[in-house]
Design a protein. Structure first.
Length: 296
């Protein structure tokens, strides 16, 4: 079965089934998909291969950056610059318009970050990112001891390199995304298999943390990449593929992906194509409700 339907609303959000087009294969472990709306291409990482690739319908798959410090989560900022989480360097970086790379965050209170994993940019420019320890593990990163005693969620203002710790009580924080009005921030915890939500204050700080939903079911996978669509349905990686939640936190069902799934991004002209990074491959499937365009 390509889908597991748990609520009838799944038909309206995703569809009655899902078919998969394999766009790229032969990678080691794919992650960090990011669609460029104006130029119609997708960036995605092969972390163990230390290779940031680019895919487009016109050119197929090409190299964007190699080596790439085993980059993981990617985002665009307000000026269309690439923000990247780097496992090998334990850094959050920005690629400038001239191609040079600026380090936005690498330490917290003089201690090296664990390994920035996923990132999202608020519309006013503040960058939020998670910092689990996966990038210090063999294969997915560069093995080394942690300097920090916790795994946190942070933010960095666009006009400074001040790293602000927002939460430090996660087992392994991973995917994150804002609500449509940016008044809430969702952050999932891979180890605890759940999604939490925070209220976002006027100053960008987080408050009133509470558990929002769990990813449950059979099959390989855990909370990882996470995004909302144009109708505020929340998609999150989990057992067997991608779990789809209504705005009221009801799990509508699961898109069963052919391989262990790490992340995804909507793209193509109508934003109804879901590009999925799943282990050795990049897949594309279609959803009934479009995703939300990221800034470019």
């Amino acid at each position: 079965m390509s889908v597991e339907i748990r609520d009838a609303r799944f038909h309206e959000v995703v569809g009655a089934s899902a078919s998969f087009e394999q766009l790229v294969s032969g990678c080691l472990f794919t992650e960090g998909p990011l669609w460029h709306a104006r130029e119609h291409y997708l960036l995605f990482s092969d972390m163990p291969g230390d290779h940031l690739r680019k895919w487009s319908a016109r050119d197929g798959v090409t190299t964007f950056r190699k080596p790439c410090n085993q980059s993981n989560g990617l985002a665009w900022d307000r000026e269309g610059r690439l923000i990247a989480c780097e496992h090998s360097s334990s850094s959050l970086t920005r690629t400038e318009q001239d191609g040079s790379i600026t380090v936005l965050a690498s330490h917290y209170r003089s201690k090296e970050l664990n390994s920035p994993n996923d990132v999202v940019v608020r519309s006013e420019g503040t960058i939020y990112f998670t910092d689990p320890t996966y990038g210090r593990a063999k294969y997915y990163g560069r093995p080394r001891e942690c300097e920090l005693a916790f795994r946190g969620v942070y933010c960095v203002k666009p006009d400074s390199n001040v790293v602000t710790l927002l939460a430090d009580d996660f087992a392994q924080p991973n995917g994150l995304c804002f609500s449509a009005d940016e008044k809430q921030l969702f952050v999932n915890d891979t180890e605890r298999q759940h999604i939490r939500v925070f209220d976002v204050g006027p100053d960008g700080t987080l408050a009133h943390s509470r558990e929002w939903a769990k990813t449950t079911g059979e099959g390989a996978g855990a909370p990882d990449g996470m995004k909302i669509d144009s109708q505020s349905n929340l998609y999150c990686c989990g057992p067997a593929g991608i779990h789809v939640f209504a705005p009221d936190a009801t799990c509508l069902g699961v898109i069963h992906v052919p391989e262990h799934t790490a992340n995804f991004a909507w793209g193509d002209a109508d934003y109804r194509s879901l590009f999925i990074t799943a282990s050795t491959s990049l897949y594309r499937t279609r959803t009934a409700v479009p995703g939300r365009p990221q800034m470019t």
